[in-house]
Design a protein around this ligand. Structure first.
Ligand code: RB5
Length: 150
């Protein structure tokens, strides 16, 4: 599975750690930041990651900032992205199984590195169930996106 990862300064250290671990099992594309810069802005990295998920360049994404909130807000601006801030393991898999979540957002200042790794692994191993009721809900969501297409 091809996955992408992105973080601002708030999530930079965690991104580097997760990347090193995930590289052993997945093809990873890093959308930045490439170096730690305390003055950088999360949209500059999370937007390219979200676009890559949206256009199918990568299948799943990991977006990290200090709280995970900014990353999540930016990612969800891109049509086709279903991103969520995840702090516990039930939602890390249920978000994929029911909602076809394709980007996990993490707050590096909120959760520990080891737990972040566990949440990402849970997210990446989960698969969308495709059950009728979930398809119906996803289609409703897609119809909302269509209404806002330029
Ligand atoms: C950066 O200091 C911080 O505001 C950012 O990483 C994030 O937490 C925003 O949601």
């Amino acid at each position: 599975m091809k996955i992408g990862i992105a973080a601002d300064h708030g999530g930079f250290a965690l991104k580097e750690k997760l990347k090193a671990i995930l590289q052993n099992h997945y093809t990873i594309r890093d959308y930045g930041a490439g170096v730690y810069n305390a003055a950088d802005d999360y949209p500059d990295f999370v937007y390219p990651l979200a676009k890559a998920v949206s256009n199918g360049e990568i299948e799943r994404g990991v977006a990290i900032c200090g709280s995970g909130i900014g990353a999540c807000i930016v990612a969800n601006k891109v049509p086709g992205v279903r991103a969520a801030l995840i702090n516990e393991s039930y939602s890390a898999h249920q978000g994929v199984e029911h909602d076809d979540m394709n980007i996990i957002c993490l707050g590096a200042r909120v959760i520990g590195d080891t737990y972040a790794e566990e949440l990402v692994n849970t997210f990446l191993k989960a698969t969308y169930s495709g059950e009728g009721r979930h398809e119906r809900r996803l289609n409703k969501l897609k119809n909302i996106e269509i209404k806002y297409k330029p």
